[in-house]
Design a protein around this ligand. Structure first.
Ligand SMILES: [Zn+2]
Length: 122
Protein backbone atom coordinates (compact mmCIF):
# COMPACT_ATOMS: atom_id res chain seq x y z
CA UNK A 1 0.00 0.00 0.00
CA UNK A 2 1.46 3.39 -0.95
CA UNK A 3 1.59 6.53 1.17
CA UNK A 4 -1.28 8.16 -0.65
CA UNK A 5 -3.56 5.20 0.02
CA UNK A 6 -2.49 5.04 3.65
CA UNK A 7 -3.26 8.71 4.07
CA UNK A 8 -6.68 8.17 2.53
CA UNK A 9 -7.57 5.31 4.88
CA UNK A 10 -6.14 7.14 7.87
CA UNK A 11 -8.51 9.99 7.01
CA UNK A 12 -11.47 7.59 6.93
CA UNK A 13 -10.46 6.08 10.28
CA UNK A 14 -9.97 9.44 11.94
CA UNK A 15 -13.30 10.75 10.64
CA UNK A 16 -15.14 7.77 12.11
CA UNK A 17 -13.20 8.03 15.35
CA UNK A 18 -14.09 11.72 15.53
CA UNK A 19 -17.79 10.88 15.14
CA UNK A 20 -17.65 8.50 18.10
CA UNK A 21 -15.74 11.02 20.24
CA UNK A 22 -18.24 13.75 19.36
CA UNK A 23 -21.09 11.49 20.40
CA UNK A 24 -19.53 11.05 23.83
CA UNK A 25 -19.04 14.80 24.20
CA UNK A 26 -22.61 15.56 23.13
CA UNK A 27 -23.98 13.06 25.66
CA UNK A 28 -21.95 14.67 28.43
CA UNK A 29 -23.01 18.21 27.49
CA UNK A 30 -26.68 17.23 27.68
CA UNK A 31 -26.18 15.78 31.15
CA UNK A 32 -24.25 18.73 32.57
CA UNK A 33 -26.78 21.36 31.49
CA UNK A 34 -28.71 21.27 34.75
CA UNK A 35 -30.35 24.34 36.40
CA UNK A 36 -28.01 26.40 38.53
CA UNK A 37 -25.01 24.84 36.96
CA UNK A 38 -23.04 27.55 35.32
CA UNK A 39 -20.08 25.25 35.52
CA UNK A 40 -17.29 27.79 35.39
CA UNK A 41 -14.79 25.02 36.02
CA UNK A 42 -15.73 22.79 33.09
CA UNK A 43 -12.48 23.92 31.48
CA UNK A 44 -9.90 21.22 31.00
CA UNK A 45 -12.07 18.39 32.17
CA UNK A 46 -14.65 19.04 29.46
CA UNK A 47 -12.05 18.87 26.74
CA UNK A 48 -10.54 15.61 27.83
CA UNK A 49 -12.27 12.43 26.84
CA UNK A 50 -10.76 9.46 28.58
CA UNK A 51 -10.81 5.98 27.18
CA UNK A 52 -12.79 4.83 30.17
CA UNK A 53 -15.44 7.46 29.62
CA UNK A 54 -15.59 6.56 25.94
CA UNK A 55 -16.28 2.98 26.94
CA UNK A 56 -19.02 4.03 29.29
CA UNK A 57 -20.88 6.24 26.82
CA UNK A 58 -20.82 4.13 23.70
CA UNK A 59 -22.85 1.07 22.76
CA UNK A 60 -21.12 -2.29 22.71
CA UNK A 61 -20.92 -2.21 18.94
CA UNK A 62 -19.47 1.29 18.91
CA UNK A 63 -16.89 0.29 21.50
CA UNK A 64 -15.76 -2.57 19.28
CA UNK A 65 -15.46 -0.24 16.30
CA UNK A 66 -13.47 2.27 18.34
CA UNK A 67 -11.08 -0.46 19.45
CA UNK A 68 -10.73 -1.69 15.87
CA UNK A 69 -10.03 1.85 14.67
CA UNK A 70 -7.30 2.33 17.27
CA UNK A 71 -5.74 -0.99 16.34
CA UNK A 72 -5.91 -0.14 12.65
CA UNK A 73 -4.09 3.12 13.37
CA UNK A 74 -1.46 1.13 15.29
CA UNK A 75 -1.06 -1.19 12.31
CA UNK A 76 -0.47 1.86 10.12
CA UNK A 77 2.39 2.81 12.42
CA UNK A 78 3.88 -0.66 12.30
CA UNK A 79 3.42 -0.97 8.54
CA UNK A 80 1.00 -3.90 8.58
CA UNK A 81 -2.19 -2.00 7.77
CA UNK A 82 -4.19 -3.63 4.97
CA UNK A 83 -2.68 -7.06 5.58
CA UNK A 84 -5.02 -9.89 6.55
CA UNK A 85 -4.27 -11.18 10.06
CA UNK A 86 -5.06 -14.74 9.07
CA UNK A 87 -3.58 -15.41 5.64
CA UNK A 88 -1.18 -12.47 5.38
CA UNK A 89 -2.69 -11.46 2.04
CA UNK A 90 -3.76 -7.99 1.06
CA UNK A 91 -7.18 -6.88 2.21
CA UNK A 92 -9.17 -5.78 -0.84
CA UNK A 93 -9.27 -2.00 -1.28
CA UNK A 94 -13.04 -2.09 -1.84
CA UNK A 95 -13.38 -3.76 1.53
CA UNK A 96 -11.14 -1.20 3.25
CA UNK A 97 -13.16 1.54 1.61
CA UNK A 98 -16.32 0.22 3.29
CA UNK A 99 -14.67 -0.98 6.51
CA UNK A 100 -11.32 0.82 6.90
CA UNK A 101 -10.69 -0.96 10.22
CA UNK A 102 -11.06 -4.42 8.64
CA UNK A 103 -8.58 -7.00 9.98
CA UNK A 104 -9.26 -9.82 7.56
CA UNK A 105 -9.62 -10.17 3.81
CA UNK A 106 -13.08 -11.10 2.56
CA UNK A 107 -12.27 -14.82 2.29
CA UNK A 108 -10.91 -15.04 5.83
CA UNK A 109 -13.74 -12.93 7.23
CA UNK A 110 -16.18 -15.46 5.79
CA UNK A 111 -14.24 -18.31 7.40
CA UNK A 112 -14.35 -16.41 10.69
CA UNK A 113 -18.07 -15.73 10.38
CA UNK A 114 -18.64 -19.46 9.85
CA UNK A 115 -16.46 -20.25 12.86
CA UNK A 116 -13.89 -22.08 10.72
CA UNK A 117 -10.98 -20.03 11.99
CA UNK A 118 -10.50 -18.48 15.44
CA UNK A 119 -10.58 -14.71 15.85
CA UNK A 120 -6.88 -13.87 16.16
CA UNK A 121 -7.56 -10.42 17.59
CA UNK A 122 -10.79 -10.59 19.60
ZN1 LIG B 1 -7.11 -13.55 4.58
Amino acid sequence: MNKKQLKHYRGLLETKRGELVDRVRAARNTETQGPGEDAPDLGDRALTTTTREMSYRLSAEERVILKRIDKALQRMESGTYGTCLNCGGKIQTGRLEAVPWARYCIECQELLDRGEIPDLDP
